[in-house]
Design a protein around this ligand. Structure first.
Ligand code: ADP
Length: 172
């Protein structure tokens, strides 16, 4: 039997969207084991704590209809991505690519990561048309202003967002 191919899908998942889930489902066709790495330090002042983000990803992944057979696990990380990949024996980093907006950032990151570790390849996946444009940042903006985010996240994540915004407006 050949060695199982292990992949890491890193992100901030603040919160997990249907776009992320689309990529995760596709990734299960590409690797045998998929480790979803939830970045502790996002540099983006996250709306949800690391524990909340991991818990939401975990719940959604358990309910996800996978396209492939990969075993999926969710882990927080706060080290260099390449060190995290090495710590789980991954040979592939999986990233999602949205139209042109992600290209420059992803291109630079993949290039620099390749310099740090030549053994690990970055592979880009595209979500379906209806999930292409979803970004956590916009979901949060729409949710904060009371717009309907039901098309972009699961009913559970939607509820978490509604509650978080209610807490924040109570504090204000
Ligand atoms: P976001 O950019 O929405 O805050 P993350 O930082 O958690 O999300 O992104 C993790 C990875 O998932 C990145 O590679 C990002 O490009 C990808 N991704 C996020 N949303 C989508 C989407 N709707 N379609 C394709 N890829 C996506």
């Amino acid at each position: 039997m050949s060695t199982p191919r292990i992949g890491v899908y890193p992100g901030s998942f603040d919160p997990i969207t249907n776009g992320h889930l689309d990529i995760i489902s596709r990734a299960t066709k590409v690797v045998d084991r998929l480790v979803i790495g939830v970045a502790k330090n996002t540099g983006k002042d996250p709306l949800f704590s690391i524990d909340e983000r991991v818990e939401m990803v975990d719940t959604e992944v358990k309910l996800l209809e996978k396209a492939g057979d990969a075993v999926v696990e969710v882990r927080p990380f706060d080290i260099l991505l390449m060190d995290f990949a090495e710590s789980v024996d991954a040979s592939v980093i999986l990233r999602g690519l949205r139209a042109v907006s992600d290209f420059e950032y992803e291109f630079q990151m993949a290039g620099m990561n390749a310099r740090l570790n030549k053994q690990v390849e970055t592979v880009f996946l595209m979500a379906s048309d209806r999930h292409q444009f979803i970004a956590s940042r916009f979901v949060k903006e729409i949710g904060r202003l009371g717009g309907d985010i039901g098309h972009f996240v699961s009913p559970r994540v939607k509820q978490r967002l509604v509650s978080r915004f209610a807490e924040l407006s109570d504090e204000a």
